[in-house]
Design a protein around this ligand. Structure first.
Ligand SMILES: Cc1cc2nc3c(=O)[nH]c(=O)nc-3n(C[C@H](O)[C@H](O)[C@H](O)COP(=O)(O)O)c2cc1C
Length: 457
């Protein structure tokens, strides 16, 4: 029988912890977001459907993106116990200069359409956090304005090679003159991927005012007020365009670009060169032979070839084979600091975030990007401490096992492909293909520090 008594005020008093309510609605909203997924939920409520879908969507059935995120979820961490983790350092050198976190902001096009503060918000937040900000060729803020927003920090310029090479190289020249330290050459867009959400939404640049968009705008007045009362959306480096994104890409981009062109581009750039969109080991090796400073394993956030390889699955082998000669970076699917730590453990020198940054931007402009970076930074540091490491250099493949649902039935034919006559021999399917989770990566050490990087020219 429970003995009851009259509650006493002196027992209740310590339990009563009424906080002063946060009057700043944006701060309240952002502080309440504890994960990138929480920011996504806020972003979705505040952004018109067509712009949100353009950001969130991927190509065709969006299988690549789902698989990339699943691959990060399907890992097992292996912590070491009884280590002094009272201090933890999350920075090191990337491409010859320090970064405070092992992640940076990936290049994204049309950023001011997602939220009016656009690239300036990203550049300011990156500067505060001590991480690089990458401006896209399809950016909506000029090369010089982004540099001015992040004058002492690291700015990277992302190049898409257009059919009009003189215009492309004029951009490269402007970026070099403005003091960008790294050129990211994106090579996975010979043609535009099929972004079906955009087609279904009738999404165009600039956004068209139809009955549907007006109805969708009603619960999102702030976006529209911002959109209508700030500088009209235009490309930082292109003339005005009117049409869908895919039409724009297909009109502008040069599908003939090859390794020779890349060597030529590299020779024009005085700083570091990273090739973004690498998806197999053979290409990674050819790029090392060309002397690039880094490669980014990426399938463009699943926005180009659907069912492309999962960059995180390619990582251990690529890092092992070429990591001693060039830096291996990775993006696609990163939604938490734990994903970043797992990538570093398996040999990446650096990672990039696309949507995670944009969800923050759409949720609260510059303060939202700060929140994204704060969430990821906290997660990186906590994951490292829980693994029992103090510094990124201590992370290695023993800390992570990749559990695979999608095992290839046969190894991809890469190096041998040119020698083997196409379609002569039937490909034998192994009988043990299964969907069950099983460990595919063991703790083989990766080559961590690049021995050689091409001299800055
Ligand atoms: C809305 C959006 C626009 C993008 N625009 C570009 C671009 O202009 N140039 C580029 O190289 N990559 C672009 N990307 C790809 C990102 O740089 C990056 O590879 C990708 O977002 C990483 O995947 P994540 O979004 O899962 O982090 C874009 C991605 C998104 C989501």
């Amino acid at each position: 029988m429970v003995q009851r008594r009259i509650p006493r005020i002196k027992d209740l008093a310590p339990l009563m912890k009424f906080k002063t309510p946060e009057l700043n609605a944006k701060k309240r909203r952002l502080d309440g977001a504890l994960t990138i997924s929480d920011l996504r939920v806020i972003a979705r409520k505040r952004t018109p459907k067509a712009a949100f879908d353009y950001t969130e969507g991927a190509a065709e059935a969006e299988i690549s993106l789902g698989r990339a995120r699943q691959a990060f979820e399907d890992i097992e961490f292996h912590p070491s116990i009884l280590r002094d983790v009272s201090t933890v350092s999350t920075g090191w050198d990337v491409l010859g200069a320090p970064v405070e976190q092992p992640f940076g902001i990936a290049p994204t096009g049309f950023t001011r359409m997602m939220q009016t503060e656009g690239e300036i918000a990203g550049a300011h937040a990156a500067a505060r956090a001590g991480i690089p900000f990458a401006l896209s060729t399809m950016g909506t803020t000029s090369i010089e304005d982004v540099k001015a927003a992040n004058p002492n920090g690291r700015n990277w310029f992302q190049l898409y090679m257009w059919k009009d090479r003189d215009r492309s190289m004029a951009l490269v020249d402007r970026a070099a003159k403005a003091g960008y330290d790294t050129l990211l050459v994106t090579v996975d867009v010979p043609v535009a991927g099929a972004r079906l959400r955009d087609r279904r939404n009738g999404f165009s640049i600039p956004p068209a005012l139809t009955l549907g968009t007006v109805v969708n705008a009603l619960p999102r007045p702030e976006w529209w007020i911002n959109f209508l009362t700030t500088e009209p959306l235009s490309f930082a480096s292109l003339d005005r365009w009117s049409g869908t994104v895919a039409e724009l890409l297909d009109t502008m981009f040069d599908p003939t670009v090859d390794f020779e062109d890349l060597a030529w581009i590299k020779a024009q750039w005085p700083g570091r060169v990273v090739v973004k969109g690498v998806q197999n080991l053979d290409d990674a090796k050819r790029l090392v032979d060309l002397g690039v400073d880094g490669i980014t394993l990426s399938n463009h956030g699943g926005r180009q070839l659907d069912r492309a390889p999962i960059p995180f699955h390619l990582l251990p082998q690529v890092a092992r084979e070429v990591g001693a000669h060039t830096e291996v970076h990775l993006d696609t699917g990163i939604m938490s600091g734990a994903d970043v730590v797992a990538s570093i453990a398996l040999g990446a020198r650096f990672t990039m975030i696309g949507r995670a940054y944009l969800y923050g931007l759409m949720a609260g402009g510059e303060a939202g990007v700060d929140r994204t970076i704060a969430i990821l930074s906290e997660q990186v540091a906590r994951t490292m401490r829980l693994l029992g490491v103090n510094a990124l250099e201590e992370l290695d493949p023993r800390h992570v096992t990749q559990l695979s649902r999608l095992q290839p039935v046969a190894a991809p034919l890469v190096a041998a492909a040119e020698a083997v006559p196409v379609r002569k021999a039937p490909v034998r399917r192994a009988s043990n293909a299964s969907d069950s989770a099983s460990a595919v990566v063991t703790g083989t050490p990766v080559n961590r520090a690049p021995k050689k990087t091409a001299p800055a020219q």
